[in-house]
Design a protein around this ligand. Structure first.
Ligand SMILES: Cc1cc2nc3c(=O)[nH]c(=O)nc-3n(C[C@H](O)[C@H](O)[C@H](O)COP(=O)(O)O)c2cc1C
Length: 210
């Protein structure tokens, strides 16, 4: 029995079908199913970055936007640990894992920062509390105690009773996929893996041993 999600995808949306030539519709089909079936944070992805000397670090972030050309966008503080690593080494790896679907997608590629206009537009959609948090938090810096954070949040709230401006260091980064790999669970650990690699001629498909 196939232990991965039992889905009704069109052939072009099934990364393992011979008719799938573009991984992006497949990505959207899988995350679409995850948004229905995965109880928590279906948009959460592990984001790996590395220092200029190649020392890696990883943490979860939320996928907030995708673009037709294969850009995957998340928002964060550019002065955080990940932000500093991205500045020094603008390459990243992403990994989605949907436990209840027994599926994984890995994405790798270079990063660019989104435009201030795009970051403003997304910031405006956030709840006021999240906007306050973005201003109050020196993400990844040492914090002496929680009271300091709460005092800073209260100060920001009284300073901006109405519209909260986006701090310039709170921004988005787009991972421009060079590779997208789909994994689904199969019996006896004979899992399926399909790697899509971007080439000047389009996406190239490679089956991989599990
Ligand atoms: C499910 C989940 C989603 C998260 N989403 C984000 C996010 O979208 N942006 C962000 O800056 N941090 C997010 N975080 C917090 C990060 O994992 C991390 O703690 C923080 O960004 C600091 O990371 P850094 O010190 O490596 O820069 C999320 C954490 C979890 C568990």
């Amino acid at each position: 029995m196939d232990t991965s999600a039992n889905s009704e995808l069109l052939p072009a949306q099934d990364p393992f079908s011979a008719e799938a030539t573009d991984p992006l519709p497949c990505f959207h089909a899988w995350i679409g199913e995850a948004r229905v079936l995965e109880p928590n944070d279906p948009d959460a992805m592990a984001l790996a970055t590395a220092t200029s000397t190649g020392l890696p670090s990883v943490r979860m972030v939320l996928l907030k936007e995708t673009a037709a050309d294969g850009a995957f966008v998340f928002y964060t503080n550019a002065e955080s640990r990940k932000g500093l690593e991205i500045r020094a080494n603008p390459h990243a790896a992403l990994c989605f894992h949907w436990k209840s679907l027994r599926r994984q997608i890995r994405i790798e590629g270079p990063l660019t920062e989104v435009s201030p206009l795009q970051a403003d537009a997304y910031f405006r959609t956030r709840a006021r509390g999240s906007q306050l948090g973005a201003l109050a938090s020196d993400q990844s810096r040492p914090l002496l105690n929680r009271a300091i954070l709460e005092t800073r949040a209260a100060e920001v709230a009284s300073r901006y009773p109405e519209k909260i401006p986006r701090p310039p260091h709170w921004t988005g980064f787009a991972v421009h996929a060079r590779t997208i790999e789909f994994w689904r669970s199969r019996p006896d650990r004979l899992h399926d893996r399909m790697l899509y690699t971007r080439t000047p001629q389009g996406w190239q498909r490679t089956f991989l041993y599990p």
